[in-house]
Ligand binder design. Structure first.
Ligand SMILES: *[C@@H]1O[C@H](CO)[C@@H](O)[C@H](O)[C@H]1NC(C)=O
Ligand SMILES: *[C@@H]1O[C@H](CO)[C@@H](O)[C@H](O)[C@H]1NC(C)=O
Ligand SMILES: *[C@@H]1O[C@H](CO)[C@@H](O)[C@H](O)[C@H]1NC(C)=O
Ligand SMILES: *[C@@H]1O[C@H](CO)[C@@H](O)[C@H](O)[C@H]1NC(C)=O
Ligand SMILES: *[C@@H]1O[C@H](CO)[C@@H](O)[C@H](O)[C@H]1NC(C)=O
Ligand SMILES: *[C@@H]1O[C@H](CO)[C@@H](O)[C@H](O)[C@H]1NC(C)=O
Ligand SMILES: *[C@@H]1O[C@H](CO)[C@@H](O)[C@H](O)[C@H]1NC(C)=O
Ligand SMILES: *[C@@H]1O[C@H](CO)[C@@H](O)[C@H](O)[C@H]1NC(C)=O
Ligand SMILES: *[C@@H]1O[C@H](CO)[C@@H](O)[C@H](O)[C@H]1NC(C)=O
Ligand SMILES: *[C@@H]1O[C@H](CO)[C@@H](O)[C@H](O)[C@H]1NC(C)=O
Ligand SMILES: *[C@@H]1O[C@H](CO)[C@@H](O)[C@H](O)[C@H]1NC(C)=O
Ligand SMILES: *[C@@H]1O[C@H](CO)[C@@H](O)[C@H](O)[C@H]1NC(C)=O
Length: 750
């Protein structure tokens, strides 16, 4: 019998009343085969449906029922579950209630119950509580809708604008010891988000996404495209949509500690990652920026001559004449087909090109797009969301299916048909290009003026009501285009990929890699990318990468991003060797140097000092040697949602009592160490001038650490459940493995 949320009972009158009501029920009152219930609660309606295995979906609205056209990131029905393959649930239900008598529905391991609780003397309202049914038949409270006595309703609606759209804030109980994993990607050193408040607004490097796994063994999705907040307090978790017409959330459960099953359930609801093309599992090379065809072919020639394998070479921005052309500048790239063939011939590599979502007045596409309604507008008028180098720019409205087709038609004609088949969706975070308003690319002096964000108007709604859809819709545009032209179905293995700076709930369903955005080239940022990747993974985004070396100079650090300094070279080597053990290994950045202009400084594997080149190249080679293993990790991700980058709580939360404690306070062990697949423990060096590194080796299954860890570089073995210090010269990233190296190399690990 597990604790019945004892801390919550101590803290909250309302939770004890859940228990009181619950004890009066008997099993014959549990509905196990219901299609769902509809609760009428004054002007408010709440629809609760069984959803997938062990889950429920809840929708709630005041007054006006949903139309069915609302934006949703949840599959109906989910990919897996008793109802998979059957008809959509739609708005079906077979029980109506006013909630005054407690009602219980069970779906597999999860039970939902209505309960009434006092809000003031002798006045109650109706709420929902969710329990997991344990193997022994007992029930564990996961969470319930939360309202302190005489305080805000747990399902709170308010009307701030002139129309029907409302702001919704839903509160759920939590306990101080609960841990919260996922929530998209932030730059915060946190694997456990407990105690944090996160704005649901996209910024460059921040992809807040209202979806999490709880250490209590449940997963939660707030299915809203609106901007808002998520708050993870001591007693209350709260999700806010600033303006919307419907509240929609889903919850699912698995046995305590079984995060693989939680991911399986969550990705069945939100999307499974397809299998990436095999060639993407190698080394992806990029910099800001190769300027023309001659230089680009020369780059391929150098990889060829130096016999360094490379899978994709990347053309960054300003390769066009005007923003919104979605084609290369013919003066600089005169023969694209020839270039693509030449690069292929020299290296076997594919090419990726950058596109920005912004359209300048000077682009040939501008007039058509303006006339056809393919551009975003603004509440205040003509839709200028920012400016760039003296030109106003507007955003392509990718929430409009016709605008997506238009964008793809240009990309296909200008790139795809000429042999550039992979696309980098840069800056498509929505609003002001993902940055605080800063007159992008112009004066630095006014960057800090606190303008509000652009309240853009899109085909699908306003920035505030659907802004979180915007980057997702770009991934969708590329998916639709690539699926069409390769004549493949969504979900089947991908032939080509996109790379996106942002994403949202279920982005993993696309052939699209999320990267961590424009980071700075300092040690602190390297360390932060580890927890960023672990949170992205827990959000379902297995296709994740980041910029080796960081993207740009931290202006306060003299050597930052300067390839001619030993300080940056050391950081680069540490960063690069770590990135060997990420879902995708991708080198990119804007570099400084002593001899060239920034934007043209080198970033190739052989440009970090002669003594470092063999080390850098050895990790690129190792990446290719590990391809069987990496492919197997992606296959599992695709089949079951099994995470590739695995925070330590996933595999050791139940076998090593220290792990949950360390995860709770986000100790460095749990924010900077992780499993890469089932066999490799990766513990990157995140400090300068290090020759040895202290690592915590988790206790493995078996309870007393009998399965040893092997240090990759010495083959020394260590028992789990202890901290060890291992040699970590600059050539060696600390990596440990379980089982034999031969199994890892063969990929035969599941
Ligand atoms: C269980 O509840 C049902 C419906 O309220 C009632 O008819 C039945 O007598 C109860 N059984 C027990 C054992 O209390
Ligand atoms: C309040 O509830 C109590 C207990 O149910 C009841 O005895 C009392 O009459 C109620 N008071 C009012 C004013 O309804
Ligand atoms: C191409 O770019 C290289 C590197 O910046 C530069 O040296 C060269 O002059 C450029 N060539 C042309 C044809 O623009
Ligand atoms: C591009 O290069 C190829 C191969 O050299 C050549 O056959 C073709 O005519 C060129 N196309 C243009 C437009 O220059
Ligand atoms: C900015 O605009 C000027 C003048 O139109 C042009 O010469 C320059 O190349 C542009 N710079 C960038 C970075 O686009
Ligand atoms: C691809 O797009 C073309 C042109 O829009 C359309 O005619 C065709 O049906 C699409 N093919 C597939 C497989 O979706
Ligand atoms: C975090 O927890 C671990 C394990 O309980 C403990 O050793 C460590 O001191 C804690 N760190 C902080 C910063 O509280
Ligand atoms: C944790 O990591 C950060 C970033 O690398 C570092 O500054 C800090 O010293 C580390 N703390 C401990 C206790 O190792
Ligand atoms: C590393 O140590 C050397 C000397 O021990 C020192 O000169 C250098 O500044 C250190 N580097 C960093 C990044 O702290
Ligand atoms: C611990 O190891 C011993 C021998 O190494 C073994 O007999 C025992 O079963 C193990 N205990 C657990 C809990 O795995
Ligand atoms: C460690 O073992 C592997 C085989 O598993 C071998 O290839 C490698 O050379 C060994 N390394 C050392 C330092 O002995
Ligand atoms: C990868 O697997 C293939 C076939 O399963 C095998 O031939 C190859 O040797 C493996 N690669 C490595 C590096 O072990």
């Amino acid at each position: 019998m597990r604790s019945f949320g004892q801390l919550a009972v101590a803290a909250l009158g309302c939770v004890s009343s859940v228990a009181a009501q619950y004890r009066h029920l008997n099993s014959s009152q549990i509905h196990t085969d219901s299609k769902g219930f509809r609760l009428q609660h004054g002007f408010e309606t709440v629809l609760v449906q069984p959803y997938g295995y062990d889950g429920f979906r809840v929708r709630a609205w005041p007054f006006r029922p949903p139309t069915g056209d609302e934006i949703s990131f949840l599959y109906d029905p989910p990919l897996e579950g008793p109802e998979a393959g059957a008809a959509a649930h739609g708005m079906n239900y077979d029980i109506s209630t006013n909630g005054l008598e407690p009602l219980r529905l069970r779906n597999g391991k999860i039970v939902v119950q209505t309960f009434t609780a006092p809000v003031r003397n002798n006045v109650t309202n109706v709420r929902l509580a969710f329990y997991r049914v344990e193997d022994d038949g007992s029930e564990t409270l996961l969470t319930n809708e939360y309202q302190p006595y005489k305080a805000l309703n747990p399902r709170y609606y308010s009307w701030n604008g002139p129309g029907y759209e409302f702001s919704a804030a839903f509160s759920f109980s939590t306990t101080p010891d609960e841990q919260v994993y996922g929530t998209g990607q932030q730059q915060d050193h946190l694997v456990n988000k407990k105690g944090n408040t996160i704005d649901l607004i996209n910024f460059n490097t921040h992809i807040p996404t209202p979806m999490f796994m709880s250490s209590k063994g449940y997963g939660f999705v707030w299915n809203s495209a609106a901007e808002g907040e998520m708050e993870f307090g001591a007693l209350r978790n709260r999700f806010t949509s600033r303006t919307t017409t419907l509240v929609d959330y889903a919850i699912t459960t698995a046995d305590e500690g079984d995060y693989d099953t939680l991911q399986r359930r969550l990705t069945a609801m939100t999307g499974r990652a397809p299998q990436p093309p095999d060639w993407t599992l190698g080394y992806i090379h990029s910099k800001l920026r190769y300027e023309n065809q001659t230089e680009f072919i020369q780059l391929a020639q150098e990889f060829h001559d130096r016999n360094i394998p490379v899978s994709m070479l990347v053309i960054d921005y300003q390769s066009w004449v005007h923003q919104g052309d979605w084609g290369l500048d013919p003066a600089l790239w005169p023969n694209v087909s020839y270039m693509a063939e030449k690069v292929k011939e020299l290296t076997g590599a594919e090419i990726m090109a950058s596109l920005w979502p912004s359209v300048s007045d000077a682009s040939d596409n501008y007039a058509t797009m303006q006339m056809e309604g393919y551009l975003a507008a603004l509440r205040s008028g003509p839709g200028i969301t920012d400016s760039w180098n003296g030109s106003y720019i507007r955003l392509v409205d990718s929430t409009n299916p016709k605008a997506r087709d238009f964008l793809w038609s240009k990309l296909k004609y200008n790139y795809y048909d000429k042999g550039i088949k992979n696309f980098w969706i840069d800056q498509a975070d929505g609003g002001n290009l993902g940055e605080a308003y800063q007159n992008n690319g112009q004066s630095r002096y006014i960057e800090s003026i606190p303008y509000p964000f652009a309240d853009a108007l899109y085909h699908a709604g306003t920035q505030m009501s659907v802004g979180k859809l915007y980057p997702w819709a770009h991934q969708q545009a590329l998916e639709e285009g690539l699926r069409n032209v390769t004549n493949t179905q969504m979900g089947s293995p991908c032939d080509q990929v996109s790379l996106s700076r942002s994403g949202y709930i279920g982005s993993q369903r696309f052939c699209s890699i999320v990267w961590s955005g424009d980071t700075t080239s300092v040690w602190e940022t390297l360390a932060k990318q580890v927890s960023a990747g672990l949170s992205a993974a827990a959000t379902g985004w297995g296709w994740w990468t980041q910029d080796i070396g960081g993207f740009e100079k931290d202006q306060s650090v003299w050597w930052s991003a300067n390839i001619d300094t030993p300080e940056f070279r050391e950081l680069y080597v540490r960063w690069q060797q770590w990135a060997t053990f990420l879902p995708f290994m991708r080198n990119h950045g804007s570099r400084d140097c002593n001899t060239q202009d920034a934007f043209t400084c080198d970033n190739e594997p052989w440009t970090y000092g002669e003594s470092n080149t063999p080390t850098i190249v050895s990790y690129i080679n190792l990446r290719y040697q590990l391809v069987n293993y990496t492919r197997a990790l992606f296959s599992q991700l695709s089949a079951t949602g099994r995470m590739i980058m695995r925070p330590l709580y996933m595999d050791f939360g139940m076998t090593d009592p220290n792990i949950m404690e360390m995860t709770k306070n986000n100790s460095n062990v749990t924010t900077q160490q992780y499993m890469y697949g089932p066999r490799m423990l990766v513990t990157p060096v995140t400090l300068p001038n290090v020759t040895e590194w202290s690592v915590y080796l988790p206790q493995t299954a078996g309870g007393n650490g009998t399965q040893p860890w092997t240090y990759w570089w010495t083959n020394a073995t260590y028992a789990g459940g202890q901290s060890v210090t291992v040699p970590a010269p600059l050539e060696h990233v600390p990596v440990f493995h379980l089982g034999s190296r031969a199994d890892i190399m063969s990929g035969d690990v599941f």
